[in-house]
Design a binder for this molecule. Structure first.
Ligand SMILES: C[S@@+](CC[C@H](N)C(=O)[O-])C[C@H]1O[C@@H](n2cnc3c(N)ncnc32)[C@H](O)[C@@H]1O
Length: 433
C-alpha cells in the first residue's frame, strides 16, 4: 500500500518522540537522522515543528490521555503514545487543518504496524478536535527534583517559568552591524513581507513573532543577519571591550557570541576555544559566513597549561556549559534528560573553568560569566563561591536591563521580554599592587 502524502513525516515524528521520551535520546541527535530522510524542505520544517510542539506541550497531552483512555497505554506502547502526541500537536499547538492532520496521522498508525489501533487514534484525535484539552499544570512536564528547585528558588515566579517554557520562542535576529544598520535590515524584511519589531534595550536585534524559515530572510546566507536570542545578544553589551582588545571566548561553540563581538568590532584579536573539535568547526563556519577572523583552538579551557601562551587577555567570555534550564522552550528534551547528578558535575566543571580562565585575565581586565541556566547553584551561588575564594575578583554591577538582581550577577527568567532565561555576571581583576 502506498502511504498518503505527509504520512512519512508523521511516522518519523512519532519515531523521534519515542526515542526521546522513552529511550533517553537527545532531540537534536534524533532530528538530524530523521531530517536526512525527508528531501522536501517543507516536510523537514513540519517534522521539526511537530516534534518541538509535542514536547513543549507534553504535560497537557499526557493529562488528556490519562483522562480519555480507560486503560492506560503500556510500556510497549511508546510508539503509539508518541503518535498520539504527534496528532495532538498538529491539531492544538500548530493549529493545522484537522483533515490533513487526522488522515495522515491515522495512516501513520498503520505504517507503524498498528493497524488494529488506527480506529482508536482516529477517535482520540477527533475528541481532541471537538473538546480541546483539559486544563493541566505545565509544571507537570518538569521532573520532581527540578520542579522543587524552581519553586524553592523562584517562588512567585515559578509558575511563569513553567508557562513560558511550554511555549515557542519568537524568532530573534541579530543584524550584522558590519554590513548595514538594523533599520536598513528591517526595511529589507518589510519588503519581503516579514513583520519585525525592535527592543529598545537591544541595539542589533529584530524580533519576529510569526517565525519564518531562515531561507526566507534576505541576505541570510551572506551573513547579513543571524538567528540569536535577545538574551544571548546582551552578552556583547555586558562585556566592555576597547578597540582591538585581546579576547578569549573560552567556550565558544557554536560561535554565536564570538560572531556578535566580531561583527561589532572586527579589529578584536579573538581566540575561540572549545573542548569539542566538531563543535569548534561550527565556530569556524559561523565566522566564515559573516566574514570574520579569529584564532581557533581545541582545548579544555580550565587546563591552561595545555593551551595558554601566557599573554593575558583584556577580556574573557566564559559562556559556560550548563543545565540549559533557561532555554527549555528551545530544548524541551532537557526536562526529560536532566538528572541531579548532571547538575553536580556541571557545577564542578563551571567552578574549574572559572578558576582556570581567571588566571588568563590581565590585571584590570574583565571576565563575563554567562549561562542559559536559571538554577542558583550554577549562577549566583557559583559566583559567590568564586568571589569568596578569589582575592583579586571584584564584581561589577550590571543594570536592570539584564534581569533580576541575583547576588553578584543578574538573572533573566525564561519568557521575560520574550527572551530566554540567562545569567550574567561581570568581574574585574584588581590591579596587583
Ligand atoms: C553554552 S555553550 C557555548 C555557546 C557559545 N558561547 C555561543 O555563543 O555559541 C558551552 C560550550 O562549552 C564547551 N565546553 C564544555 N566544557 C569545556 C571545557 N572544559 N573547555 C572548553 N569548552 C568547553 C562545550 O563544548 C560547548 O560548546
Amino acid at each position: 500500500m502506498n502511504a498518503g502524502p505527509g504520512v512519512a513525516t508523521r511516522v518519523l515524528a512519532a519515531k523521534v518522540l519515542e526515542a526521546v521520551i522513552h529511550r533517553g535520546r537527545s532531540l537534536k541527535g534524533e532530528l538530524v537522522t530523521a531530517l536526512a530522510q525527508l528531501p522536501d524542505p517543507r516536510d523537514r520544517a513540519l517534522l521539526e515543528a511537530i516534534c518541538f510542539s509535542a514536547l513543549r506541550q507534553r504535560a497537557r497531552y499526557d493529562a488528556a490521555l490519562q483522562l480519555w483512555l480507560q486503560k492506560p497505554l503500556g510500556e510497549k506502547d511508546g510508539d503509539l503514545r508518541s503518535l498520539l502526541l504527534v496528532g495532538f500537536a498538529q491539531i492544538d499547538a500548530m493549529g493545522l487543518p484537522a483533515h490533513a492532520a487526522l488522515s495522515a496521522t491515522v495512516e501513520a498508525a498503520r505504517t507503524l504496524g498498528r493497524p488494529h489501533q488506527a480506529g482508536m487514534v482516529n477517535a482520540l484525535l477527533r475528541r481532541a478536535q471537538r473538546e480541546g484539552f483539559p486544563e493541566s499544570d505545565p509544571a507537570a512536564a518538569w521532573s520532581a527534583w527540578l520542579r522543587k528547585k524552581i519553586n524553592l528558588e523562584w517562588g512567585e515566579h515559578a509558575n511563569a517559568i513553567f508557562q513560558a517554557s511550554a511555549h515557542a520562542a519568537p524568532l530573534w535576529l541579530r543584524v550584522n552591524r558590519s554590513k548595514g544598520t538594523r533599520d536598513e535590515y528591517a526595511s529589507r524584511l518589510q519588503e519581503a513581507d516579514i513583520v519585525s519589531s525592535i527592543d529598545p534595550n537591544l541595539s542589533d536585534a529584530l524580533r519576529i513573532d510569526l517565525p519564518v524559515a531562515v531561507s526566507a530572510l534576505p541576505g541570510f546566507a551572506e551573513g547579513d543577519a543571524s538567528v540569536q536570542d535577545g538574551s544571548a545578544q546582551q552578552v556583547a553589551d555586558a562585556l566592555p571591550l576597547g578597540p582591538g582588545a585581546h579576547v578569549l571566548d573560552a567556550c565558544a561553540a557554536p560561535g554565536g557570541k564570538a560572531a556578535h563581538l566580531l561583527e561589532r568590532d572586527p579589529s578584536l584579536r579573538l581566540l575561540a576555544l572549545d573542548v569539542d573539535q566538531r563543535r569548534l568547526n561550527r565556530v569556524r563556519e559561523t565566522l566564515t559566513r559573516i566574514g570574520a577572523q579569529a584564532e581557533f583552538r581545541v582545548a579544555d579551557a580550565s587546563d591552561t597549561q595545555t593551551w595558554w601562551n601566557g599573554e593575558p587577555f583584556d577580556a574573557v567570555l566564559l559562556d559556560a556549559p550548563c543545565s540549559a534550564t533557561g532555554i527549555v522552550r528551545r530544548q524541551p528534551d532537557v526536562l526529560l534528560h536532566r538528572r541531579p547528578e548532571d547538575l553536580s558535575s556541571l557545577v564542578a566543571l563551571q567552578a574549574r573553568l572559572l578558576d582556570g580562565v581567571w588566571k588568563t585575565v590581565k590585571s584590570g581586565g574583565v571576565l563575563l560569566y554567562a549561562t542559559c541556566s536559571i538554577l542558583k547553584d550554577e549562577n549566583e551561588h557559583q559566583l559567590s563561591r568564586f568571589v569568596a575564594r578569589t582575592a583579586d575578583a571584584q564584581p561589577e554591577a550590571l543594570d536592570a536591563r539584564y534581569g533580576h538582581a541575583a547576588g553578584h550577577g543578574r538573572q533573566r527568567l525564561p519568557g521575560e521580554q520574550g527572551m530566554d532565561g540567562f545569567f550574567y555576571a561581570l568581574l574585574r581583576k584588581r590591579n596587583s599592587h
